[in-house]
Design a binder for this molecule. Structure first.
Ligand SMILES: Cc1ncc(COP(=O)(O)O)c(C=O)c1O
Length: 445
């Protein structure tokens, strides 16, 4: 590799202030950062990021649940270099090697029957295309999504999201309907699991009967809601909902943008823990471990009439990101990420449950594998969201070299969705820092 050819503008050692100044001048404000004093990251290795001043941070958020192989994974870096030297891009008007090889590899780890893939560049695009295909196949306009879900920021995917981000009045496009999610900590029906008879799941029938012509295009849901605050309904929720969706002719879309690729531990896809067989799986984030790639997997019969006029994306299926994703799939298998996520996830959840006993600010610890939520409340009885306190926790943990995520309708849930490369000693250090941060913040409660 000839470093001399790399632009000097890229190689210069910028200060944090210089870069933040350039951001303010030249980037629209929608690109906002965590932390009062934003961090400038310049490199990383494994589950650790390094900032421009040389400080290291254990990363429990993987740049929003994305860099599953950690940073600078040698196999991913080598694959990208190798492919870039040969062919970065040509469109899908021509055949290239990586796309079909990737699709074949995906089919091998897919749930039964999902043997065909369509590759794009993001999770929003993946959902948008999957929903289009479902509508075309079923000839129905009706899409049902879950409350507190998140599916993206394109026109349709933002309309089927309800995790609380609406800054302008929006009118829902025809055909979009919502059904309750399964949220045991804050049950919308005021019930207690497991004596609730899963009213949240059964309510879907009421939605279908009262708000559609009783023929569905699709139901779309995350197995564990990520942006919504790591909300995992019991497995019966998915089983009941799946049965109702099939009864009314809809396709079941499992949005695995966050839960895919082993994150939930022991399985490739989150929905597999519920024993439900989806008709479509959508994916992104961990798929490329940081590369812009998304897509869906489906059964050939649903895709039969999904033509180029229906689905086309200039960057979809490009050789560089597909080659990278092939490397990611191999790394997941070679590094035993499914087992690691299960084992380390269990280990970390237990430690966090221990902290829950010691700290009045922790209302709930939930999730599966390395997708864990810690809901912060001002009072364990009233469950008043600790939306301000979480900001303090984030500032303190950052100062101590730990990155965490945040989510939930009230922005009071710590999101732990680290690289699957995270080690147990790193989990130990992270939990010590969290313990200290909770102790500090509780003083003001
Ligand atoms: C479950 C889920 N689906 C879809 C998306 C949209 O993905 P992208 O941001 O790649 O468009 C996200 C992003 O956070 C997500 O969490």
């Amino acid at each position: 590799m000839n470093d001399e050819l790399v632009p000097d503008a890229l190689k210069k050692a910028y200060s944090r202030e210089e870069i933040i100044d350039k951001e303010k001048k030249h980037i629209v404000p929608t690109v906002g950062h965590y932390y009062k004093d934003p961090v400038l990251f310049v490199e990383g290795e494994g589950a650790v990021l390094k900032d421009s001043e040389g400080h290291e941070y254990i990363d429990l958020f993987a740049g929003i649940c994305t860099t599953i192989t950690g940073y600078a994974h040698p196999k991913l870096v080598a694959t990208l270099k190798w492919q870039a030297e040969r062919l970065i891009y040509t469109s899908t008007l021509y055949s290239t090697v990586p796309y079909p090889i990737l699709a074949e590899k995906l089919a091998k780890v897919a749930p039964p029957g999902l043997s065909q893939a369509y590759i794009v560049s993001s999770g929003s695009e993946a959902n948008e295309h999957a929903l289009f295909m479902a509508r075309k196949y079923t000839k129905s306009p009706y899409i049902i999504a879950c409350s507190r879900g998140y599916h993206g920021r394109t026109a349709l995917t933002r309309e089927i999201s309800s995790s609380g981000w609406r800054s302008v009045p929006e009118s829902h496009p025809p055909g979009v309907r919502f059904t309750p999610n399964g949220h045991c900590y804050r049950c919308q029906f005021g019930k207690e699991f497991p004596d609730c008879d899963f009213e949240c799941a059964r309510y879907l029938r009421e939605v279908v009967r009262t708000q559609t012509n009783k023929a569905l295009a699709a139901f779309i849901a995350e197995p564990i809601q990520g942006v919504g605050g790591i909300i995992q309904p019991p497995k019966e929720y998915f089983q009941i909902v799946h049965e109702i969706v099939k009864e009314y002719g809809g396709l079941y879309i499992s949005d695995e943008v966050q839960t895919g690729f082993g994150r939930t531990g022991g399985k490739w896809w989150g929905i597999q823990h519920a024993g439900v067989e989806p008709d479509i799986i959508t994916m992104a984030k961990g798929f490329g471990s940081g590369l812009p790639i998304g897509g869906f997997l489906t059964k050939p019969e649903y895709a039969e009439d999904f033509m180029m006029i229906d689905g086309f994306a200039t960057f979809g299926g490009n050789p560089l990101t597909c080659a990278g994703a092939i490397a990611v799939l191999e790394i997941i298998e070679e590094s035993g990420y499914l087992e690691k996520a299960a084992k380390n996830g269990e280990y970390m959840k237990k430690k966090l449950q221990g902290l829950q006993e010691d700290h009045k600010i922790i209302g709930d610890v939930r999730g599966q594998g390395l997708m864990i939520g810690v809901e912060l409340v001002r009072d364990k009885k009233t469950k008043e969201p600790a939306s301000q306190e979480i900001l303090k926790v984030m500032e303190i943990t950052k100062e101590k070299g730990l990155l965490i995520g945040k989510g939930g309708l009230d922005n009071n849930v710590i999101r732990i969705q680290p690289p699957l490369e995270l080690t147990q000693p790193q989990i130990d250090s992270a939990c010590i820092i969290l313990d200290e941060a909770f102790t500090e913040v509780e003083k003001s409660l």
